[in-house]
Write a protein of this length. Structure first.
Length: 408
Protein backbone atom coordinates (compact mmCIF):
# COMPACT_ATOMS: atom_id res chain seq x y z
CA UNK A 1 0.00 0.00 0.00
CA UNK A 2 1.17 3.48 -0.88
CA UNK A 3 1.46 6.49 1.42
CA UNK A 4 1.97 8.85 -1.50
CA UNK A 5 -0.10 11.83 -2.55
CA UNK A 6 -1.08 11.83 -6.21
CA UNK A 7 -2.60 14.72 -8.13
CA UNK A 8 -4.55 13.73 -11.25
CA UNK A 9 -5.36 16.48 -13.76
CA UNK A 10 -8.49 15.74 -15.83
CA UNK A 11 -11.70 13.84 -15.07
CA UNK A 12 -12.30 12.06 -18.39
CA UNK A 13 -11.92 8.30 -18.85
CA UNK A 14 -8.12 8.47 -18.37
CA UNK A 15 -8.19 10.73 -15.30
CA UNK A 16 -11.03 8.81 -13.62
CA UNK A 17 -9.19 5.52 -14.22
CA UNK A 18 -5.89 6.94 -12.94
CA UNK A 19 -7.48 8.39 -9.78
CA UNK A 20 -9.39 5.16 -9.07
CA UNK A 21 -6.27 2.98 -9.60
CA UNK A 22 -3.97 5.19 -7.50
CA UNK A 23 -6.55 5.21 -4.71
CA UNK A 24 -6.91 1.43 -4.96
CA UNK A 25 -3.16 1.25 -4.41
CA UNK A 26 -3.56 3.24 -1.21
CA UNK A 27 -2.43 6.70 -2.36
CA UNK A 28 -4.17 9.90 -1.26
CA UNK A 29 -5.62 11.22 -4.51
CA UNK A 30 -6.64 14.74 -5.44
CA UNK A 31 -8.32 15.11 -8.82
CA UNK A 32 -8.46 18.54 -10.41
CA UNK A 33 -10.56 19.12 -13.48
CA UNK A 34 -11.60 22.18 -15.38
CA UNK A 35 -14.72 20.80 -17.08
CA UNK A 36 -15.86 18.32 -19.68
CA UNK A 37 -13.70 16.74 -22.38
CA UNK A 38 -13.94 14.12 -25.12
CA UNK A 39 -15.33 11.56 -22.67
CA UNK A 40 -18.50 13.63 -22.25
CA UNK A 41 -18.97 13.57 -26.03
CA UNK A 42 -18.58 9.83 -26.56
CA UNK A 43 -21.10 7.86 -28.55
CA UNK A 44 -21.35 4.77 -26.33
CA UNK A 45 -19.16 2.57 -28.56
CA UNK A 46 -16.05 1.34 -26.76
CA UNK A 47 -13.04 0.81 -29.00
CA UNK A 48 -9.54 -0.30 -28.12
CA UNK A 49 -7.56 -0.10 -31.33
CA UNK A 50 -8.41 2.76 -33.70
CA UNK A 51 -11.96 3.50 -34.77
CA UNK A 52 -11.17 2.47 -38.33
CA UNK A 53 -10.09 -1.04 -37.29
CA UNK A 54 -12.96 -3.51 -37.03
CA UNK A 55 -12.48 -5.51 -33.81
CA UNK A 56 -12.11 -9.25 -34.10
CA UNK A 57 -12.32 -11.64 -31.14
CA UNK A 58 -8.88 -12.36 -29.70
CA UNK A 59 -7.08 -9.85 -31.96
CA UNK A 60 -6.97 -6.87 -29.62
CA UNK A 61 -5.22 -6.22 -26.31
CA UNK A 62 -6.96 -7.99 -23.43
CA UNK A 63 -8.38 -6.04 -20.51
CA UNK A 64 -6.65 -7.16 -17.31
CA UNK A 65 -8.34 -7.92 -13.98
CA UNK A 66 -7.91 -4.34 -12.70
CA UNK A 67 -9.58 -2.93 -15.82
CA UNK A 68 -12.44 -5.41 -15.42
CA UNK A 69 -12.81 -4.34 -11.76
CA UNK A 70 -13.12 -0.70 -12.85
CA UNK A 71 -15.68 -1.65 -15.52
CA UNK A 72 -17.65 -3.42 -12.76
CA UNK A 73 -17.43 -0.38 -10.50
CA UNK A 74 -18.64 1.95 -13.27
CA UNK A 75 -21.44 -0.52 -14.09
CA UNK A 76 -22.44 1.15 -17.37
CA UNK A 77 -20.33 -0.60 -20.00
CA UNK A 78 -20.18 -4.13 -21.34
CA UNK A 79 -17.02 -5.53 -22.87
CA UNK A 80 -17.41 -9.16 -23.91
CA UNK A 81 -15.08 -11.53 -25.78
CA UNK A 82 -16.88 -11.03 -29.08
CA UNK A 83 -17.32 -7.59 -30.69
CA UNK A 84 -20.70 -5.88 -30.47
CA UNK A 85 -22.68 -4.48 -33.43
CA UNK A 86 -24.66 -1.32 -32.72
CA UNK A 87 -26.71 1.21 -34.70
CA UNK A 88 -26.13 4.93 -35.10
CA UNK A 89 -28.94 7.51 -35.03
CA UNK A 90 -28.31 8.06 -38.73
CA UNK A 91 -28.97 4.44 -39.73
CA UNK A 92 -25.54 2.78 -39.85
CA UNK A 93 -24.41 -0.39 -38.12
CA UNK A 94 -20.89 -0.47 -36.70
CA UNK A 95 -18.84 -2.96 -34.72
CA UNK A 96 -16.98 -2.11 -31.52
CA UNK A 97 -15.09 -3.94 -28.81
CA UNK A 98 -17.82 -3.11 -26.29
CA UNK A 99 -20.66 -0.68 -25.69
CA UNK A 100 -22.77 1.19 -23.20
CA UNK A 101 -25.00 -1.53 -21.75
CA UNK A 102 -28.14 0.46 -22.69
CA UNK A 103 -27.44 -0.08 -26.41
CA UNK A 104 -29.13 -2.76 -28.53
CA UNK A 105 -26.37 -5.18 -29.58
CA UNK A 106 -27.59 -6.92 -32.74
CA UNK A 107 -24.42 -9.03 -33.28
CA UNK A 108 -26.04 -12.29 -32.25
CA UNK A 109 -29.34 -11.73 -34.09
CA UNK A 110 -30.32 -13.41 -37.36
CA UNK A 111 -33.56 -13.71 -39.32
CA UNK A 112 -35.41 -11.26 -37.09
CA UNK A 113 -37.46 -8.08 -37.44
CA UNK A 114 -36.35 -5.13 -35.34
CA UNK A 115 -39.01 -2.46 -34.64
CA UNK A 116 -37.92 1.18 -34.75
CA UNK A 117 -40.75 3.27 -33.21
CA UNK A 118 -41.71 6.56 -34.91
CA UNK A 119 -41.53 9.21 -32.19
CA UNK A 120 -41.57 13.01 -32.18
CA UNK A 121 -37.99 13.77 -31.07
CA UNK A 122 -35.43 16.17 -32.49
CA UNK A 123 -32.92 14.26 -34.68
CA UNK A 124 -34.93 11.02 -34.47
CA UNK A 125 -36.06 9.70 -37.86
CA UNK A 126 -37.22 6.10 -37.42
CA UNK A 127 -37.72 5.62 -41.17
CA UNK A 128 -34.15 6.77 -41.88
CA UNK A 129 -32.70 4.51 -39.16
CA UNK A 130 -34.71 1.51 -40.36
CA UNK A 131 -33.91 2.05 -44.04
CA UNK A 132 -30.20 2.64 -43.41
CA UNK A 133 -29.66 -0.30 -41.05
CA UNK A 134 -31.64 -2.70 -43.27
CA UNK A 135 -29.49 -1.70 -46.25
CA UNK A 136 -26.23 -2.66 -44.46
CA UNK A 137 -24.63 -5.75 -46.09
CA UNK A 138 -24.35 -7.43 -42.65
CA UNK A 139 -28.09 -7.02 -42.05
CA UNK A 140 -28.95 -8.40 -45.48
CA UNK A 141 -26.67 -11.42 -45.01
CA UNK A 142 -28.12 -12.18 -41.57
CA UNK A 143 -31.74 -11.54 -42.54
CA UNK A 144 -32.05 -8.78 -39.92
CA UNK A 145 -34.74 -6.30 -41.02
CA UNK A 146 -35.32 -2.97 -39.30
CA UNK A 147 -38.88 -1.64 -39.66
CA UNK A 148 -40.23 1.76 -38.62
CA UNK A 149 -43.48 1.32 -36.68
CA UNK A 150 -46.16 3.75 -35.52
CA UNK A 151 -46.25 4.13 -31.78
CA UNK A 152 -48.32 6.17 -29.33
CA UNK A 153 -46.30 9.10 -27.90
CA UNK A 154 -43.81 8.07 -25.22
CA UNK A 155 -43.11 11.59 -24.01
CA UNK A 156 -45.25 14.57 -23.11
CA UNK A 157 -44.64 17.91 -24.86
CA UNK A 158 -42.11 19.23 -22.32
CA UNK A 159 -40.12 15.97 -22.36
CA UNK A 160 -40.11 15.93 -26.14
CA UNK A 161 -38.20 19.22 -26.17
CA UNK A 162 -35.55 18.07 -23.63
CA UNK A 163 -32.07 17.15 -24.87
CA UNK A 164 -31.33 13.42 -25.20
CA UNK A 165 -29.24 13.42 -21.99
CA UNK A 166 -31.94 15.30 -20.02
CA UNK A 167 -34.62 12.95 -21.33
CA UNK A 168 -32.51 9.95 -20.32
CA UNK A 169 -32.28 11.42 -16.79
CA UNK A 170 -36.09 11.64 -16.65
CA UNK A 171 -36.25 7.92 -17.46
CA UNK A 172 -34.42 7.10 -14.24
CA UNK A 173 -37.98 7.16 -12.92
CA UNK A 174 -39.22 3.57 -13.28
CA UNK A 175 -42.87 4.66 -13.71
CA UNK A 176 -41.90 6.36 -16.97
CA UNK A 177 -40.29 3.14 -18.19
CA UNK A 178 -43.60 1.38 -17.44
CA UNK A 179 -45.32 3.89 -19.74
CA UNK A 180 -42.84 3.04 -22.53
CA UNK A 181 -43.42 -0.66 -21.93
CA UNK A 182 -47.20 -0.29 -22.39
CA UNK A 183 -46.81 1.69 -25.62
CA UNK A 184 -44.16 -0.62 -27.05
CA UNK A 185 -46.07 -3.80 -26.22
CA UNK A 186 -48.88 -2.52 -28.42
CA UNK A 187 -46.68 -1.17 -31.23
CA UNK A 188 -44.03 -3.88 -31.49
CA UNK A 189 -45.80 -7.13 -30.61
CA UNK A 190 -45.03 -8.64 -34.01
CA UNK A 191 -41.32 -7.80 -33.82
CA UNK A 192 -38.42 -9.73 -32.28
CA UNK A 193 -36.44 -6.74 -30.98
CA UNK A 194 -36.86 -2.99 -30.39
CA UNK A 195 -34.46 -0.16 -31.20
CA UNK A 196 -34.97 3.25 -29.56
CA UNK A 197 -32.91 6.44 -29.35
CA UNK A 198 -30.49 7.10 -26.46
CA UNK A 199 -33.03 8.07 -23.82
CA UNK A 200 -33.32 5.16 -21.37
CA UNK A 201 -31.94 6.39 -18.02
CA UNK A 202 -28.67 7.82 -16.71
CA UNK A 203 -28.42 6.28 -13.24
CA UNK A 204 -30.64 3.26 -13.79
CA UNK A 205 -30.52 0.69 -16.57
CA UNK A 206 -33.82 1.50 -18.30
CA UNK A 207 -32.95 -0.81 -21.21
CA UNK A 208 -32.70 -3.80 -18.87
CA UNK A 209 -36.10 -2.96 -17.33
CA UNK A 210 -37.54 -2.66 -20.83
CA UNK A 211 -36.02 -5.96 -22.05
CA UNK A 212 -37.34 -7.77 -19.02
CA UNK A 213 -40.81 -6.27 -19.34
CA UNK A 214 -41.29 -6.94 -23.06
CA UNK A 215 -39.36 -10.23 -23.08
CA UNK A 216 -37.15 -9.54 -26.10
CA UNK A 217 -33.93 -7.68 -26.96
CA UNK A 218 -34.38 -3.91 -26.67
CA UNK A 219 -32.04 -0.99 -26.39
CA UNK A 220 -30.68 2.26 -27.74
CA UNK A 221 -28.78 3.52 -30.74
CA UNK A 222 -25.42 5.22 -30.20
CA UNK A 223 -25.62 8.79 -28.84
CA UNK A 224 -25.00 11.93 -30.82
CA UNK A 225 -22.41 14.42 -29.47
CA UNK A 226 -22.79 15.12 -25.73
CA UNK A 227 -25.78 12.79 -25.44
CA UNK A 228 -26.83 10.13 -22.95
CA UNK A 229 -23.69 7.95 -23.25
CA UNK A 230 -21.34 10.77 -22.19
CA UNK A 231 -23.70 11.88 -19.41
CA UNK A 232 -23.90 8.27 -18.15
CA UNK A 233 -20.11 8.11 -17.98
CA UNK A 234 -19.91 11.39 -16.06
CA UNK A 235 -22.60 10.27 -13.60
CA UNK A 236 -20.95 6.87 -13.03
CA UNK A 237 -17.45 8.37 -12.75
CA UNK A 238 -18.64 10.84 -10.11
CA UNK A 239 -20.09 7.98 -8.05
CA UNK A 240 -16.99 5.78 -8.40
CA UNK A 241 -14.64 8.61 -7.38
CA UNK A 242 -16.85 9.56 -4.43
CA UNK A 243 -16.98 5.92 -3.24
CA UNK A 244 -13.19 5.69 -3.58
CA UNK A 245 -12.84 8.89 -1.50
CA UNK A 246 -10.94 10.79 -4.15
CA UNK A 247 -10.77 14.49 -3.27
CA UNK A 248 -12.03 16.68 -6.14
CA UNK A 249 -11.49 20.32 -7.10
CA UNK A 250 -13.01 22.19 -10.01
CA UNK A 251 -10.24 24.40 -11.41
CA UNK A 252 -7.85 24.63 -14.36
CA UNK A 253 -4.35 23.47 -13.47
CA UNK A 254 -1.89 25.95 -14.95
CA UNK A 255 1.63 24.75 -14.03
CA UNK A 256 3.55 21.99 -12.27
CA UNK A 257 6.59 23.16 -10.29
CA UNK A 258 8.96 20.42 -9.05
CA UNK A 259 11.41 20.86 -6.20
CA UNK A 260 12.96 18.39 -3.74
CA UNK A 261 11.16 15.51 -5.45
CA UNK A 262 7.68 16.98 -4.90
CA UNK A 263 5.25 18.83 -7.14
CA UNK A 264 3.23 21.96 -6.54
CA UNK A 265 0.27 22.04 -8.91
CA UNK A 266 -0.71 25.66 -9.57
CA UNK A 267 -4.25 26.36 -10.67
CA UNK A 268 -6.81 29.10 -11.13
CA UNK A 269 -8.96 28.11 -8.11
CA UNK A 270 -9.23 29.88 -4.75
CA UNK A 271 -7.00 27.50 -2.77
CA UNK A 272 -3.20 27.53 -2.82
CA UNK A 273 -1.15 25.12 -4.99
CA UNK A 274 -1.86 21.39 -4.48
CA UNK A 275 1.21 19.44 -3.29
CA UNK A 276 1.92 15.92 -4.53
CA UNK A 277 4.60 13.23 -4.77
CA UNK A 278 3.42 12.33 -8.26
CA UNK A 279 1.16 13.80 -10.93
CA UNK A 280 -0.86 12.15 -13.71
CA UNK A 281 -1.55 14.41 -16.68
CA UNK A 282 -4.86 13.14 -18.03
CA UNK A 283 -5.96 16.47 -19.40
CA UNK A 284 -7.01 15.25 -22.83
CA UNK A 285 -6.05 16.40 -26.29
CA UNK A 286 -7.39 19.31 -28.29
CA UNK A 287 -11.01 18.49 -27.51
CA UNK A 288 -10.40 18.14 -23.77
CA UNK A 289 -8.45 21.39 -23.61
CA UNK A 290 -5.22 19.68 -22.51
CA UNK A 291 -3.56 20.77 -25.74
CA UNK A 292 -4.13 24.21 -27.24
CA UNK A 293 -3.68 24.98 -30.92
CA UNK A 294 -2.78 28.60 -31.58
CA UNK A 295 -1.70 29.25 -35.17
CA UNK A 296 0.88 32.00 -35.48
CA UNK A 297 -1.56 34.24 -37.37
CA UNK A 298 -3.49 34.55 -34.13
CA UNK A 299 -0.32 35.45 -32.22
CA UNK A 300 0.56 38.03 -34.83
CA UNK A 301 -2.87 39.60 -34.39
CA UNK A 302 -2.07 39.97 -30.70
CA UNK A 303 -5.21 38.18 -29.57
CA UNK A 304 -3.53 35.21 -27.88
CA UNK A 305 -1.52 35.25 -24.62
CA UNK A 306 2.24 35.42 -25.01
CA UNK A 307 2.64 31.95 -23.53
CA UNK A 308 1.00 30.45 -26.59
CA UNK A 309 3.62 31.56 -29.08
CA UNK A 310 4.13 27.93 -30.14
CA UNK A 311 1.44 26.53 -32.45
CA UNK A 312 0.74 23.67 -30.05
CA UNK A 313 1.04 24.01 -26.27
CA UNK A 314 -0.13 22.10 -23.20
CA UNK A 315 -2.69 23.96 -21.07
CA UNK A 316 -0.64 22.73 -18.10
CA UNK A 317 3.00 23.90 -18.10
CA UNK A 318 5.58 21.42 -16.83
CA UNK A 319 8.97 19.94 -17.66
CA UNK A 320 7.25 17.53 -20.05
CA UNK A 321 7.23 18.48 -23.71
CA UNK A 322 4.96 17.89 -26.67
CA UNK A 323 5.91 15.32 -29.28
CA UNK A 324 4.69 13.89 -32.53
CA UNK A 325 5.90 10.63 -34.03
CA UNK A 326 8.43 10.35 -31.18
CA UNK A 327 10.01 13.78 -31.84
CA UNK A 328 9.88 17.00 -29.83
CA UNK A 329 7.51 19.60 -31.35
CA UNK A 330 8.77 23.16 -31.01
CA UNK A 331 8.12 26.47 -32.67
CA UNK A 332 7.19 26.78 -36.30
CA UNK A 333 9.70 28.66 -38.45
CA UNK A 334 7.08 29.67 -40.98
CA UNK A 335 5.99 33.30 -41.18
CA UNK A 336 2.39 32.33 -41.63
CA UNK A 337 2.36 29.28 -39.37
CA UNK A 338 1.06 25.82 -40.11
CA UNK A 339 -1.84 25.20 -42.43
CA UNK A 340 -4.72 24.00 -40.28
CA UNK A 341 -5.95 21.70 -43.03
CA UNK A 342 -2.64 19.78 -42.89
CA UNK A 343 -3.24 19.15 -39.21
CA UNK A 344 -6.94 18.38 -39.32
CA UNK A 345 -7.16 16.06 -42.29
CA UNK A 346 -4.86 13.07 -42.58
CA UNK A 347 -3.19 12.53 -45.94
CA UNK A 348 -3.77 9.19 -47.63
CA UNK A 349 -0.46 7.92 -46.26
CA UNK A 350 -1.35 8.80 -42.66
CA UNK A 351 -4.08 6.87 -40.93
CA UNK A 352 -4.60 9.52 -38.22
CA UNK A 353 -4.27 13.29 -38.29
CA UNK A 354 -1.65 15.31 -36.44
CA UNK A 355 -4.41 16.64 -34.18
CA UNK A 356 -4.94 13.11 -32.93
CA UNK A 357 -1.26 12.11 -32.68
CA UNK A 358 0.26 15.11 -30.93
CA UNK A 359 0.61 14.94 -27.14
CA UNK A 360 3.02 14.72 -24.22
CA UNK A 361 6.24 12.97 -25.15
CA UNK A 362 6.35 9.69 -23.26
CA UNK A 363 7.83 6.30 -22.64
CA UNK A 364 4.77 4.20 -21.83
CA UNK A 365 3.01 6.28 -19.17
CA UNK A 366 6.16 8.17 -18.04
CA UNK A 367 6.30 11.77 -19.27
CA UNK A 368 9.57 12.82 -20.94
CA UNK A 369 11.30 16.19 -21.12
CA UNK A 370 12.95 17.85 -24.15
CA UNK A 371 16.06 15.66 -23.70
CA UNK A 372 13.83 12.56 -23.76
CA UNK A 373 14.55 11.94 -20.05
CA UNK A 374 11.73 10.75 -17.78
CA UNK A 375 10.51 13.50 -15.43
CA UNK A 376 10.52 11.75 -12.02
CA UNK A 377 6.98 11.34 -10.66
CA UNK A 378 5.25 12.69 -13.79
CA UNK A 379 2.91 10.42 -15.76
CA UNK A 380 0.58 10.86 -18.72
CA UNK A 381 -2.45 8.93 -20.00
CA UNK A 382 -5.29 9.12 -22.51
CA UNK A 383 -5.60 11.69 -25.29
CA UNK A 384 -2.99 13.91 -23.58
CA UNK A 385 -0.28 11.37 -24.50
CA UNK A 386 1.61 11.57 -27.80
CA UNK A 387 0.73 8.90 -30.35
CA UNK A 388 -1.92 7.37 -28.07
CA UNK A 389 -4.95 5.67 -29.56
CA UNK A 390 -7.86 8.01 -28.98
CA UNK A 391 -10.33 5.42 -27.77
CA UNK A 392 -12.24 4.84 -24.57
CA UNK A 393 -10.67 1.49 -23.67
CA UNK A 394 -7.13 2.61 -24.45
CA UNK A 395 -7.68 5.67 -22.20
CA UNK A 396 -9.04 3.40 -19.46
CA UNK A 397 -6.10 0.95 -19.64
CA UNK A 398 -3.46 3.73 -19.83
CA UNK A 399 -5.16 5.66 -17.01
CA UNK A 400 -5.00 2.62 -14.73
CA UNK A 401 -1.34 2.01 -15.60
CA UNK A 402 -0.45 5.66 -14.91
CA UNK A 403 -2.43 5.72 -11.63
CA UNK A 404 -0.74 2.56 -10.34
CA UNK A 405 2.70 3.85 -11.36
CA UNK A 406 2.07 7.22 -9.69
CA UNK A 407 1.02 5.51 -6.45
CA UNK A 408 4.06 3.21 -6.40
C1 LIG B 1 -17.16 13.04 -30.72
C2 LIG B 1 -16.35 11.92 -30.17
C3 LIG B 1 -16.77 10.62 -30.39
C4 LIG B 1 -16.00 9.55 -29.90
N1 LIG B 1 -16.41 8.27 -30.13
C5 LIG B 1 -15.66 7.24 -29.68
C6 LIG B 1 -16.02 5.92 -29.97
O1 LIG B 1 -17.00 5.66 -30.67
N2 LIG B 1 -15.26 4.92 -29.46
C7 LIG B 1 -14.14 5.17 -28.68
O2 LIG B 1 -13.53 4.23 -28.18
N3 LIG B 1 -13.74 6.44 -28.45
C8 LIG B 1 -14.46 7.47 -28.93
N4 LIG B 1 -14.04 8.74 -28.71
C9 LIG B 1 -12.74 8.97 -28.07
C10 LIG B 1 -12.82 8.91 -26.55
O3 LIG B 1 -13.98 9.58 -26.13
C11 LIG B 1 -11.55 9.54 -26.00
O4 LIG B 1 -10.42 8.86 -26.50
C12 LIG B 1 -11.49 9.48 -24.47
O5 LIG B 1 -12.71 9.87 -23.91
C13 LIG B 1 -10.36 10.39 -23.99
O6 LIG B 1 -10.37 10.46 -22.59
P1 LIG B 1 -9.33 11.37 -21.81
O7 LIG B 1 -9.65 11.17 -20.38
O8 LIG B 1 -7.96 11.11 -22.28
O9 LIG B 1 -9.64 12.88 -22.26
P2 LIG B 1 -10.91 13.81 -22.01
O10 LIG B 1 -12.15 13.03 -21.88
O11 LIG B 1 -10.86 14.86 -23.06
O12 LIG B 1 -10.67 14.46 -20.58
C14 LIG B 1 -9.77 15.51 -20.36
C15 LIG B 1 -10.13 16.21 -19.08
O13 LIG B 1 -9.08 17.11 -18.71
C16 LIG B 1 -9.64 18.36 -18.33
N5 LIG B 1 -8.58 19.37 -18.52
C17 LIG B 1 -7.92 19.73 -19.64
N6 LIG B 1 -6.97 20.62 -19.37
C18 LIG B 1 -7.05 20.85 -18.04
C19 LIG B 1 -6.32 21.69 -17.14
N7 LIG B 1 -5.32 22.47 -17.55
N8 LIG B 1 -6.67 21.67 -15.82
C20 LIG B 1 -7.66 20.90 -15.37
N9 LIG B 1 -8.38 20.08 -16.17
C21 LIG B 1 -8.06 20.05 -17.48
C22 LIG B 1 -10.85 18.50 -19.21
O14 LIG B 1 -11.73 19.46 -18.70
C23 LIG B 1 -11.39 17.04 -19.14
O15 LIG B 1 -12.09 16.82 -17.95
C24 LIG B 1 -14.80 9.82 -29.18
C25 LIG B 1 -14.41 11.13 -28.94
C26 LIG B 1 -15.17 12.18 -29.45
C27 LIG B 1 -14.70 13.58 -29.20
Amino acid sequence: MSDRTVVVVGAGVAGTSAAWAARRNGAKVHLISGGAGASALMSGALDFAGWQVAPRSGHEPALDATACALLDALGIWQVAERPVRVATMTGNLRTARGADRALLDVAALSNVRVAVPRLARPAWDADLVARGCSAEPWAKERGVRFEAVDCSPLFDDADARASDADLAALFDDASRVERIVRALRAACDRHDAVLLGPWLGLRTDGSALLREAIGRPAGETLSMLAGAAGARFETAAERVLRDAEVKRSVARATALRRSDGRFACEHDGDEGPFEADAVVMACGGLIGGGICFTPSEANAAGVMPEASSEPFAMSLKSEACLALDGRFVGRTGSLHGPNLEDYGWPSIAEARSVLERIGVRRDGVRALDREAQAVPGLFVAGSAAADARHTVLDSLAAGIEAGLAAAS
